[in-house]
Design a protein around this ligand. Structure first.
Ligand code: GDP
Length: 289
């Protein structure tokens, strides 16, 4: 899915979510466990305002489990409940309904005390493109739901999807725009596949990937590609390119004269990183904050 996020589209996306907020008890904010900061919409606090919220980190199967635990503790310290899941296989998605129930417990008890019988918890999934909204909805539904997306101004025709006995989910998720203000955020979104490479140059994205991986996960990089010499200085672009060339040579990405085809090498680096071939990697740690 390609969405051009012009200001008009952002306003429309925001309005669509605000309309849906009226229908629900809790918002489920999806973040990519590998980049919990960069995959967060810059205005999400403002848009969701006082709605009860559960953070769900998707793609936890690709993320470094130690960092994921740190993020859960970090969010908890800020008063935000969070869980980490693999939406593809459904690992830990059962935690979503149980956490939501926990978060709404008091409100529901108050309703019961007034003699009301609380209906199923109604939830809306929100997040930036490619964070795993459709995958998670299908997993939670236990079947393939035709997710149509919103047409302008249309919030009719939405369906509630039953999740277990106590939760219902809106079948059309809220689509939020990613952050744009910071170039590094853009590169991290591209590295993880959240935004398409066509927007950014593939060699630039791979360059930043190698720079970040050399700093945080040199052992994984070295093992995957059979390279031995880490960059002497992460701030020296020539050293990063040298590592990219080493990888290219190992993978036979050569053009005439024995030069390395950097574009081809970059494609390989990014494909394997995204597929989890380098192991479980998280590019943003609460330790950096
Ligand atoms: P949406 O745009 O937010 O609806 O994102 P999608 O549900 O279409 O997911 C985008 C891509 O991420 C797809 O290729 C999914 O298979 C993949 N994906 C989603 N969730 C997970 C997850 O938890 N783990 C892994 N490994 N891949 C996931």
């Amino acid at each position: 899915m390609t969405i051009q996020w012009f200001p008009g589209h952002m306003t429309k996306a925001r309005r669509q979510i605000e309309q849906k907020l009226k229908l629900i008890d809790i918002a489920i904010e999806l973040l990519d466990a590998r980049i919990p900061l960069s995959s967060r919409n810059p205005m999400v606090d403002d848009i969701l305002r006082n709605k009860p919220r559960l953070v769900v980190m998707t793609k936890a199967d690709l993320a470094d489990p130690r960092e994921t635990d740190k993020w859960i503790a970090h969010f908890a310290a800020k008063g935000l409940a969070s869980v980490a899941v693999d939406a593809n296989t459904g690992t830990r998605i059962g935690d979503i309904a149980s956490k939501a129930k926990e978060l709404l417990h008091e409100k529901r008890e108050r309703q019961r005390a007034k003699g009301m019988n609380p209906r199923a918890i109604r939830a809306l999934i929100v997040g930036i493109p490619n964070v795993g909204k459709s995958t998670l909805i299908n997993r939670l539904a236990g079947r393939n739901v035709a997710i149509t997306g919103d047409r302008p101004g249309v919030t009719k025709g939405q369906q509630w999807i039953r999740v277990g006995s106590e939760m219902e989910l809106l079948d059309t998720p809220g689509i939020l725009w990613p952050k744009f203000e910071d170039q590094l955020v853009g590169y991290r979104l591209a590295m993880t596949g959240a935004i398409k490479e066509q927007i950014l140059n593939v060699e630039d994205v791979a360059f930043h990937a190698i720079r970040e991986l050399s700093g945080r996960y040199w052992d994984a990089l070295s093992k995957r590609f059979g390279i031995e010499q880490p960059p002497a200085d992460l701030d020296d672009p020539q050293e990063i390119v040298r590592v990219m060339e080493d990888i290219g040579r190992k993978r036979g990405c050569l053009v005439s004269g024995g030069r390395v085809d950097l574009e081809k090498a970059s494609g390989i680096i990014l494909r394997e990183l995204r597929a989890g071939k380098l192991g479980r990697i998280t590019l943003e740690s609460p330790d950096d904050l």
